[in-house]
Design a protein around this ligand. Structure first.
Ligand code: NAD
Length: 477
C-alpha cells in the first residue's frame, strides 16, 4: 500500500498554514496541503545533505535495484497514480494512465543508466610532455539537487529529476507545483518502500517564489533543475550563481504538412488533433502552429475540423473524455482574450472558440498574424492556428520565426526536404512524419532560445548532475 498521509502529517506539524488543493473539474477540495515554512525547506536541505553521505557510497547496483523495484511498485499501483493525477491536475484518465506508464519506463531507464555511468581513458601522450601516464575519468555525484516542477505532468516530470539524481548517487529536494504535489508524494513512498533512504528524496510543498528562493540561496544545493515557464526559468538562472542549472521551459511548437502527403491527410489530421488538444493543450510541446501547403489546405482543414469536433469535453475521470477543465479560471480568461485579439486582427475561428464549463472547446483559427499572441507566445491551452503557406521554404521560415526552440514536426515524403528541415529548424528536436508533441523518455530532450538550457532524458540528465574527475597515473616516476 502506498500511503502519503504520514508524510503530509509530518509536514503539517511544522507548517504555519495549509491551503486547499482543488479538483479543477469538480472544485471539490482534494487535500489540505501544508504551506511549508522557509525553515522546513532549510531543514529538508540539511537532511538531504546528511543522506548524501550514504547515497554517494551506495554501490550503483543497489541504486539501480531500488529504481527497478520502484518502477514495479508504480506499475502495481498504476490506477492509484492515474486517479491521483486526474484529481489534482484534471487530466483525462486516458492521458493520466499514459503518464503513469511513462513514469514506470523513466524509472526503468534510470535503473539501467545507474549501472552505466562510465568514464573514458585519455591518451595524455597525445600532448607534448604527456608520455608515461595513464589517465581516465570518473563521474562523481554532486550532492543535493533542488528540483522545481510544473503542474502539467505532476508525476513523470518529477521522475525525470528524481530518477537521474538517484541513479547518479545524489539526493534531491523537490518543490512540486502548488496545485499538484500528491502524485510526487506517492512516488516518494514507492521509492522509500523500495529501499531508498528516507532523506534521499524529500518533498516540500507550498509557494513557489518563496520556497524557490530558499533553494536558490542555499549553499548546500549544488544544482537546480527546473521545469516550468520561461519567465520563472530566466529568474532562476539569474539567481543561481555558480550552481549548475537545467531549465526545461515552454514552446509554441510548429508543424508543417507538405503537399507530398496528399494521400495521408486523414491520418495526419487525427495525429494533429491529439497533438494540439490532448490534456487541453497544457503540454509544453503541444502542437500550436500548423502550417499546411496551399494545394492541400482545404482538404486538410476539412479532415482536421472533423477530428476536432469529435473530441469530447467532460469529466476527466470518464474514459471517453478528451478535453476537460483548464487548470484554473485565469487560464480560461486569458485564452478567450487571445482568441479575441486574433479575431480582431483578421483571424477566423474554424472550430471551437467558446468557453465550455471550466474549459474551452478545442479551437482552431486560420489566417493568424505572426504577431498575435496565439502565434508568438505559448498558448498552453486548447488553441491552435492553421495557416497556409505556398512552399516548404515559406513553412521553414515561419516555423523558425519564434522565440522558442523545443520540438518541431514535419510531414513530407520528400527526403531532401525532410533533411533540410532536420538541419535548418532552430529547435532541439525535429520529428519527421510525426507531430511535435512527442517525447520518449530516454532520448536527449532540451530547448533552445526561450525553451531552455541544458538537457533531460535520463542519461543526459544524469550527465548534468555529476562532476567529471580526471585521474592521471605517472608510471615512469
Ligand atoms: P510555472 O513556471 O508557473 O511553475 C513551475 C514551478 O515553478 C512551480 O513549482 C512553481 O511553484 C515554481 N515557481 C513559480 N515561481 C517561482 C519562482 N519565482 N522561483 C522559483 N520557483 C517558482 O509553470 P506551470 O504553470 O506550473 O507549468 C507550465 C509551464 O511549464 C509552461 O510554460 C510549460 O511549457 C512548461 N513546461 C515545460 C516542459 C519541458 O520539458 N520543457 C514540460 C512541462 C511544462
Amino acid at each position: 500500500m502506498l500511503d502519503i498521509n504520514n508524510y503530509l502529517n509530518d509536514l503539517r506539524k511544522d507548517a504555519e498554514n495549509t491551503y486547499a488543493l482543488v479538483n479543477p473539474h469538480t472544485l471539490d477540495v482534494v487535500e489540505d496541503v501544508p504551506e511549508c515554512t522557509d525553515v522546513q525547506m532549510e531543514e529538508a536541505i540539511q537532511r538531504a545533505g546528511e543522506a548524501f553521505n550514504e547515497m554517494k557510497s551506495m554501490p550503483s547496483v543497489k541504486r539501480s535495484t531500488i529504481l527497478d523495484e520502484a518502477s514495479r511498485k508504480v506499475a502495481a499501483h498504476k490506477e492509484l497514480f492515474a486517479h491521483t493525477i486526474v484529481k489534482e491536475a484534471g487530466k483525462p484518465i486516458r492521458f493520466a494512465r499514459g503518464e503513469v506508464a511513462r513514469a514506470v519506463e523513466t524509472l526503468k531507464f534510470s535503473a539501467i543508466e545507474a549501472r552505466k555511468l562510465e568514464g573514458e581513458s585519455i591518451r595524455l601522450d597525445a600532448a607534448p610532455n604527456g608520455e608515461g601516464r595513464d589517465a581516465y575519468t570518473i563521474y562523481e555525484p554532486i550532492g543535493v539537487v533542488g528540483a522545481i516542477t510544473p503542474f502539467n505532468f505532476p508525476l513523470n516530470l518529477v521522475v525525470h529529476k528524481v530518477g537521474p539524481a538517484i541513479a547518479a548517487g545524489n539526493t534531491i529536494v523537490v518543490k512540486p507545483a502548488e496545485k499538484t504535489p500528491l502524485s510526487a508524494m506517492l512516488l516518494r513512498e514507492a521509492l522509500v518502500q523500495s529501499g531508498l533512504p528516507e532523506d534521499a528524496f524529500l518533498i516540500i510543498t507550498g509557494d513557489g517564489p518563496r520556497l524557490g528562493k530558499v533553494l536558490l540561496n542555499s549553499s548546500d544545493i549544488q544544482k537546480i533543475t527546473f521545469t516550468g515557464s520561461p519567465e520563472v526559468g530566466k529568474l532562476i538562472k539569474s539567481q543561481a550563481g555558480l550552481k549548475k542549472v537545467t531549465l526545461e521551459l515552454g514552446n509554441n511548437s510548429a508543424l508543417y504538412v507538405d503537399e507530398s502527403m496528399r494521400g495521408k491527410l486523414k491520418q495526419i489530421a487525427a495525429k494533429t488533433a491529439v497533438g494540439a488538444f490532448a490534456y487541453n493543450g497544457q503540454v509544453c510541446i503541444s502542437t500550436q502552429r500548423i502550417y499546411v501547403h496551399a494545394s492541400i489546405a482545404d482538404a486538410f482543414k476539412k479532415e482536421l475540423i472533423q477530428e476536432v469536433n469529435n473530441m469530447q469535453y467532460g469529466d476527466p475521470s470518464k474514459e471517453a473524455t478528451d478535453v476537460s477543465a483548464l487548470i484554473d479560471d485565469q487560464s480560461q480568461d486569458r485564452l478567450m482574450d487571445w482568441i479575441e485579439e486574433a479575431k480582431g486582427n483578421g483571424a477566423a475561428v474554424i472550430a471551437g472558440g467558446e468557453k465550455v464549463e471550466r474549459g474551452i472547446k478545442p479551437t482552431i483559427l486560420t489566417d493568424v498574424k505572426r504577431t498575435d499572441k496565439i502565434s508568438c507566445q505559448e498558448v498552453f491551452g486548447p488553441l491552435a492556428l492553421l495557416n497556409t503557406v505556398s512552399s516548404a521554404e515559406e513553412a521553414l521560415h515561419e516555423m523558425n520565426e519564434s522565440e522558442y526552440g523545443l520540438n518541431a514536426g514535419v510531414f513530407t515524403t520528400d527526403l531532401s526536404q525532410a533533411m533540410q528541415f532536420g538541419h535548418e529548424l532552430d529547435v532541439g528536436q525535429v520529428f519527421i512524419n510525426d507531430v511535435p508533441t512527442l517525447r520518449f523518455d530516454h532520448m536527449p530532450y532540451g530547448g533552445r532560445k526561450n525553451s531552455g538550457y541544458g538537457y533531460e532524458g535520463v542519461k543526459y540528465a544524469i550527465h548534468e548532475m555529476v562532476n567529471r574527475k580526471l585521474i592521471s597515473l605517472n608510471y615512469t616516476f
